[in-house]
Design a protein around this ligand. Structure first.
Ligand SMILES: [Zn+2]
Ligand SMILES: [Zn+2]
Length: 410
């Protein structure tokens, strides 16, 4: 007799539904549903017992593994659809939380009949509820990146939703020297509101993140937003030129079809003279990863006040000596409270004197990502070597710093 039928007969020593019987051999063939496979195996067992003159199988009443849970699938599907009613989404995935007693009984059965060809009840429920939901609403199951996962607790027909964030890519320019890149909570009250921050909970009234993220979150009806920038600039540095790439993430959005063109106009209207965005488009978690890993060269314009008068030719000579050289930077004193103190080497790709007006020099510098440009100028008490101040032998004060290009575009 066929080995499968022998094992099916062994399993049928206890009362099983067709689903639970068929699922024991789910990996044997893929053309049938577990229920269909269970049904045909049960027939084969009946037939072989009749041939051998054995007592017929007792009729199926109540499944000793699942308690007839598959009869509940339509009700689970309705609960899912009800829960999804107010949500805008394209794709979904079903997850289930199964009563641990059922899982235990399933494992005990595997102990008797072997589990090498079996599938878990969870996997079958996920699939069957997914099919039932697909029959009710015009949305597709997706495994890799579904817009929403509906988690069904089969004990109570209770459904919880896990809504995937939306991601929006763009580039921003910042024209203000008073706005940080990201939301900056008050360091005394941590956002609750206190006398130091005037009840706002913030160190700065607004940020690039909030100017872009607040209207996006409102349109998406989400609960919070996160800013992923390709690096950052100091608060007092402007971000000009081609702008800095970012991805804004909005958590738990109820809406995903957002008019990004209209949103871009609104942000630029409201952000006028402070922040401007361009090229808004939908993005992904994968692109967030790429943006965080990218380390493109940067170009800056620095306005420097020299301590005393320097001959233009002499200054030019010193400036040009930095071209394609490596400098060593000990973690700057201004950030040492939040960064480990270590020495790093960075390449200065280019340094050009654009203008010398009395004691004020304007320089353009292109550097490797992660270079501390202010320290390159003033030397940070000898922690950056060489530095402009060090080579000139006079103090050099950075009056203004702008990022004028991020070289991620070729
Ligand atoms: Zn069953
Ligand atoms: Zn505060």
């Amino acid at each position: 007799m066929n080995d499968l039928v022998v094992r099916a007969e062994k399993a049928l020593a206890q009362d099983l539904c067709d689903h639970c019987l068929g699922r024991l051999f789910a990996l044997v063939d893929t053309g049938l549903s577990n229920q269909e496979r269970g049904e045909s195996l049960r027939m084969a067992v009946r037939f072989s017992r009749a041939l051998e003159g054995m007592e017929p199988l007792s009729p199926h009443e109540r499944c000793s593994v699942c308690d007839e849970i598959f009869a509940m699938v339509p009700r689970f599907a309705e609960a899912v659809v009800e829960k999804l009613r107010d949500l805008e989404f394209e794709t979904f995935l079903i997850g289930t939380r199964v009563d641990p007693i059922i899982t235990e009984r399933e494992e005990r059965l595997w102990g008797l009949v072997s589990q090498d060809k079996a599938e878990t009840i969870k996997a079958e429920l996920n699939r069957e509820i997914g099919k039932a939901v697909q029959a009710l609403i015009p949305h597709e199951v997706e495994f890799a990146t579904p817009d929403v996962v509906a988690l069904v607790d089969t004990r109570f027909s209770h459904v919880e939703l896990d809504v995937s964030p939306i991601f929006v890519y763009g580039r921003y320019r910042k024209f203000s020297r008073e706005i940080p890149q990201t939301r900056w909570p008050c360091n005394r009250c941590r956002g609750k509101g206190c006398s130091k921050c005037g009840g706002t909970g913030k160190m700065y009234q607004t940020s690039v993140q909030e100017i872009i993220g607040d209207p996006l979150q409102r349109d998406a009806q989400g609960v919070d937003h996160f800013f992923h920038g390709m690096g950052r600039e100091d608060i007092d540095a402007r971000m000009l030129g081609n702008g800095r790439p970012f991805v804004l993430e909005v958590r738990e959005p109820k809406k995903r079809r957002i008019d990004l063109l209209a949103l871009q106009s609104e942000i630029n209207e409201f952000g006028r003279d402070r922040v401007e965005v361009e090229g808004l488009r939908f993005s992904s978690r994968e692109e967030v990863r790429q943006i965080k890993e990218a380390a493109p060269d940067k170009e800056y314009r620095v306005r420097v006040r020299l301590e005393s008068k320097v001959n233009k030719e002499q200054l030019n000579e010193v400036v040009q000596s930095f071209k394609r050289t490596r400098i060593t930077q000990q973690t700057p004193t201004r950030v040492s409270h939040r960064r480990a103190d270590l020495a790093r080497e960075r390449e200065i790709k280019d340094l050009v004197l654009e203008e010398l007006d009395g004691l004020v020099a304007t320089l353009r510098v292109r550097t490797e990502a992660g270079t501390y440009v202010k320290e390159l100028v003033h030397g940070d008490s000898g922690r950056t070597v060489p530095s402009l101040a060090g080579k000139l032998g006079i103090a050099c004060v950075v009056e203004a710093l702008d990022v004028i290009a991020i070289a991620d575009q070729t």
